[in-house]
Design a protein around this ligand. Structure first.
Ligand code: ATP
Length: 374
């Protein structure tokens, strides 16, 4: 049951405040018997961007809809600027229109018969503003996303990237408390997606609007967000700054999802990992459990024919003997697969394909190895 709180208005704390602005606290959601969100918690400072990153079906859109007030939470609560706007146990649910969250969807939903300015102004229609004020707000939003000169055009005459900006202008013209972006680049072709990714990253920093950005693309999340929450099966597996998520993944799932990683099970038997002088290279730090995973990203693995390796001996690299089993051409390079006698599979990149079924050396620097205990 929903309790309206019409007097609620998010107040504006000083810009320097580092207090959480948007908080999720142990959010849970079921569809029938099926639990789709499990104890989701995060806090986000005003003006920062949090990416919800995860595979299809992990619960990103469900979480976004709860935050937006489009779906009730079954457990936990949401706070905006320190005030409860959603709480399962009390049934408090501030209606969506009072939360002042704006959503940019993947399909953009622009009106084809309206000009750019009319599309942007549409969001203000139910605010009963004087015409002058409405025009001022629309012009300002168009200037902020740098499409003011296009204001008299119709969406069909704009490029995909320009349409994207119209959708963002329409979302920000209402001065939202939080901007929610649900896979906004998913419908664009690969080249435009890359350009728009960089543009949105710049825009988010310039606009200084608290933003939740939903994506299944790790590059988008790492480029655009200040914080990344990696979701898997209704849980947040790790939440941290992009660099930390990439360099220090908390789980094997996070490491794999953020760029394909080679993984192999570490046990104490493997302390025998040595360099060519016989010095032990592992473990790089004390390990609290007997079993954990060593992970090394493909870009840090060198796979070379045995003969070549002898020409350029490098100290302090881990070198394992393996056999080349596959070369896959991807345009710029080959992805080579090699299997060790124990069955560990390694993938690395080469400029040329390597002879199949021939011995190779798999080399990597122990400093590039991630130790993941889960
Ligand atoms: N209305 C619904 N009724 C029943 N199950 C649902 C409903 N909506 C979503 N689900 C299920 O809830 C889970 C989470 O779905 P959700 O759409 O939140 O995932 P997602 O991470 O956003 O996926 P995608 O990236 O494919 O959009 C999925 O298993 C989905 O099948």
């Amino acid at each position: 049951m929903s309790q309206r709180s019409p007097s609620f208005m998010p107040t504006t704390p000083p810009a320097s405040s580092s207090a959480p602005y948007l908080q999720a606290d142990q959010l849970g959601k079921f569809y029938g018997e099926n639990r789709v969100l499990n104890g989701i918690s995060f806090s986000l400072e005003r003006g920062k961007c949090l990416a919800l990153l995860g595979p299809s079906g992990c619960g990103k859109s469900t979480l976004l809809n709860i935050l937006a007030g489009l779906l009730p939470a079954d457990e936990g609560r949401v706070l905006l600027d320190g005030k409860v706007i959603e709480e399962a146990v009390t049934g408090v649910s501030l209606p969506a229109q009072h939360r002042r969250f704006s959503v940019v969807f993947q399909d953009l939903s622009l009106w084809p018969h309206m000009t750019v300015a009319e599309n942007v102004g549409f969001g203000l229609d139910n605010q009963r503003l004087a015409d002058d004020e409405k025009h001022r707000r629309v012009d300002e939003a168009l200037k902020r996303v740098e499409i003011y000169p296009l204001r008299h055009r119709h969406p069909a005459t704009l490029s995909g990237g320009q349409q994207q900006r119209v959708a963002i202008a329409r979302a920000i013209v209402v001065e939202p408390s939080v901007l929610l972006m649900d896979e906004p680049l998913a419908a664009l072709d690969a080249n435009l997606r890359e350009t728009m990714r960089d543009e949105i990253a710049g825009l988010i920093r310039r606009l200084n609007i608290t933003t939740i950005y939903v994506t299944h693309d790790h590059t988008e999340a790492l480029t655009i967000a200040h914080q990344v929450a990696v979701m898997n099966e209704g849980n947040i597996e790790q939440i941290a700054a992009p660099r930390k998520i990439y360099d220090e993944p908390a789980t094997t799932f996070v490491a794999s999802f953020l760029g394909s990683a080679n993984a192999f099970l570490y046990t104490y038997e493997m302390q025998a990992l040595q360099n060519s002088s016989g010095e032990a290279l592992f473990p790089p730090r004390p390990v609290s459990t007997q079993h954990c995973y060593l992970m090394v990203r493909r870009e840090h693995v060198r796979i070379i024919p045995v003969g070549q390796a002898d020409e350029f001996p490098i100290e302090d690299l881990i070198q394992w003997k393996a056999t080349c089993v596959k070369n896959t051409f991807s345009g710029e390079r080959y992805e080579v697969q090699a299997v060790t006698a124990k069955g560990e599979v390694f993938r690395g990149f080469t400029r040329e394909p390597l002879p199949l079924d021939q011995p190779v050396l798999v080399e990597f620097d122990p400093r590039q190895v991630m130790l993941v205990e889960k």
